[in-house]
Design a protein around this ligand. Structure first.
Ligand SMILES: [Zn+2]
Length: 247
């Protein structure tokens, strides 16, 4: 049930066609696991919190640094040196005290990922490196949870939604390719745009609206100001999600 305060707070989305109080209650019941409270994680968390997601469970092992502030909009000048998740939780509480924020300041690895995801309903990949994205992808496939992938580089970004067992997973797309860890360029508007796309997908998925970004890799080029879409097919031999994979 929505409180009177919630009904007023979310009026503009409750009146959305096909959304209604039922859609709002679905958001309220939902628990979202967010991997990363940085450039992508900030807009994802802010827009999910203001939309009324019931619980946001955020993991990030980093502390806030001065060089984060050009893009990590949940992290402010006074937060330098604090745990990113702690500082993020303080801001998110101010955005919407109705959203419960659970935080862990751990490095996501193969051993702890299932514990960290816990009883979340969906997983958001707001990471900055491919190895952790693969870990999240495997966890999503194992737990059969939707995964919302987003990535940025400079003025460019991409997004893909994965419904395990139904659509291509990250491994169907990348096939385990390795990329060297590097300090890559980012202008803050790019994760702003891609993070908002991920948050849109989460809201659509939880409320059961629209067409999800499955089997379609959306790419964004800020310099040309173009979005493109590439068909991605589920690989039956995919080492992670394939039905015909060698066991
Ligand atoms: Zn796959």
């Amino acid at each position: 049930m929505l409180t009177k305060e919630e009904q007023e707070r979310y009026t503009r989305q409750i009146i959305l066609h096909g959304f209604g109080k039922a859609g709002q209650e679905k958001l309220k019941k939902a628990k979202v696991f967010l991997a990363g409270a940085g450039g992508l994680g900030s807009p994802v968390a802010i827009y999910l919190a203001v939309a009324g997601i019931g619980t946001l469970r955020i993991t990030d092992h980093d502390k806030v640094e001065l060089s984060n502030l050009n893009r990590q909009i949940l992290q402010w000048q006074a937060d330098i040196g604090k745990n990113k998740v702690k500082s993020a939780a303080e801001k998110l509480h101010e955005f919407n005290p109705n959203t419960k924020i659970e935080t862990t300041s751990e490095t996501i690895d193969d051993k702890n990922v299932l514990k960290l995801v816990g009883d979340s309903d969906v997983i958001v990949d707001a990471m900055d490196n491919l190895p952790t994205r693969y870990i999240l992808n495997r966890a999503a496939v194992e737990k059969k949870l939707p995964l919302f992938h987003g990535a940025v580089y400079g003025f460019e970004g991409r997004a893909l939604t994965v419904l395990p067992g139904k659509s291509a997973c990250l491994n169907c797309l990348f096939h385990g390719i390795k990329m060297p860890a590097e300090k890559f360029p980012v202008i803050g508007v790019t994760p702003g745009i891609i993070g908002c796309i991920q948050a849109t997908e989460v809201i659509k998925c939880i409320t059961g609206q629209g067409e999800l970004l499955t089997n379609r890799l959306l790419t964004y080029d800020g310099l040309q100001m173009k979005f493109n879409e590439f068909r991605v097919n589920r690989d039956p031999y995919c080492e992670v999600c394939g039905d015909k994979r060698k066991r």
